[in-house]
Design a protein around this ligand. Structure first.
Ligand SMILES: [Ca+2]
Ligand SMILES: [Ca+2]
Ligand SMILES: [Ca+2]
Ligand SMILES: [Ca+2]
Length: 251
């Protein structure tokens, strides 16, 4: 009985010592605090996340330091490109989403399962877990708040202001799926509209999520004939990412 008590006590002591040593090691990691090149990103962020130079404040040599670029959503690695326009490792997943999803923006197959990060995200798999569990691809439209967000599993890939159907031609509410994709559509009075995602059809009429080059009412007023209008600079990424597995929830 006494022996058992000793064993438990020894176990607890060893456990506590391990915790203390581990916390000392991590607290002692200077990279977490140090910003050697004084560009606003710590050495740790530069080495582990942005893959920038920790001792050169302007990695891509474009006149803006790494921290400034990250703060303004520009790539510190690729001259003049926004974070989402850069795909440093050319794996089909842009640098902004690599960082959101926790993948390595210099490694094309982060989890080493034989599938590129970009194709995993497109097909609804985790790029950081080699398992085969599917993640939900979901677009959520909040009509009252003029808001659209879309996500892979529980990670939001983007969120922005939109405009939906005016009171006489409201956007249908409910749960749908993307049914068809059209790179260009000609709507009545609005030809050559890029990036169209159809999510339902009623009385022979298709309802879409698409750009609207003819107005700037996003976040302000619902003006459409029932479609969801998205700002031009937001739509191409959403269009490329969405497929028939993508759920559309409109409320
Ligand atoms: Ca730095
Ligand atoms: Ca730079
Ligand atoms: Ca990439
Ligand atoms: Ca992979």
């Amino acid at each position: 009985m006494l022996k058992k008590k000793y064993l438990i006590a020894i176990f607890i002591i060893v456990f506590l010592i391990t915790i203390v040593i581990a916390s000392l090691v991590f607290a002692d990691n200077p990279d977490v605090y140090k910003d050697t090149d004084n560009d606003g990103l710590t050495d740790y962020q530069e080495k582990a996340i942005y893959q920038t130079s920790w001792n050169n404040s302007d990695t891509d040599n474009d006149g803006y330091n790494d921290g400034q670029e990250v703060a303004n959503n520009y790539s510190p690695k690729q001259k003049y490109l926004k974070m989402y326009e850069a795909d440093t490792d050319n794996d089909g997943l842009n640098d902004e989403w690599e960082i959101k999803l926790g993948t390595n923006l210099m490694v094309r197959d982060t989890d080493g399962d034989g599938f590129l990060d970009g194709s995993e995200v497109y097909n609804g798999y985790s790029p950081t877990d080699s398992g085969t569990i599917k993640l939900e691809k979901k677009i959520e439209v909040d009509i009252a708040n003029f808001n659209l967000k879309y996500s892979l599993g529980n990670i939001i890939l983007d969120e922005f202001k939109i405009s939906t159907g005016k009171p006489s031609t409201p956007t249908p509410r409910g749960e749908f799926h993307i049914t068809q994709k059209f790179p260009i559509k000609h709507y009545y009075g609005y030809p050559n509209t890029p990036w169209n995602l159809q999510f339902t059809k009623r009385n022979g009429l298709g309802y879409y999520i698409h750009t609207a080059y003819w107005h700037e009412k996003f976040g302000q007023e619902n003006v459409s004939g029932g479609c969801v209008n998205v700002p031009q600079e937001k739509m191409e990424r959403l269009y490329s990412w969405a497929n028939e597995e993508t759920k559309v929830i409109i409320k």
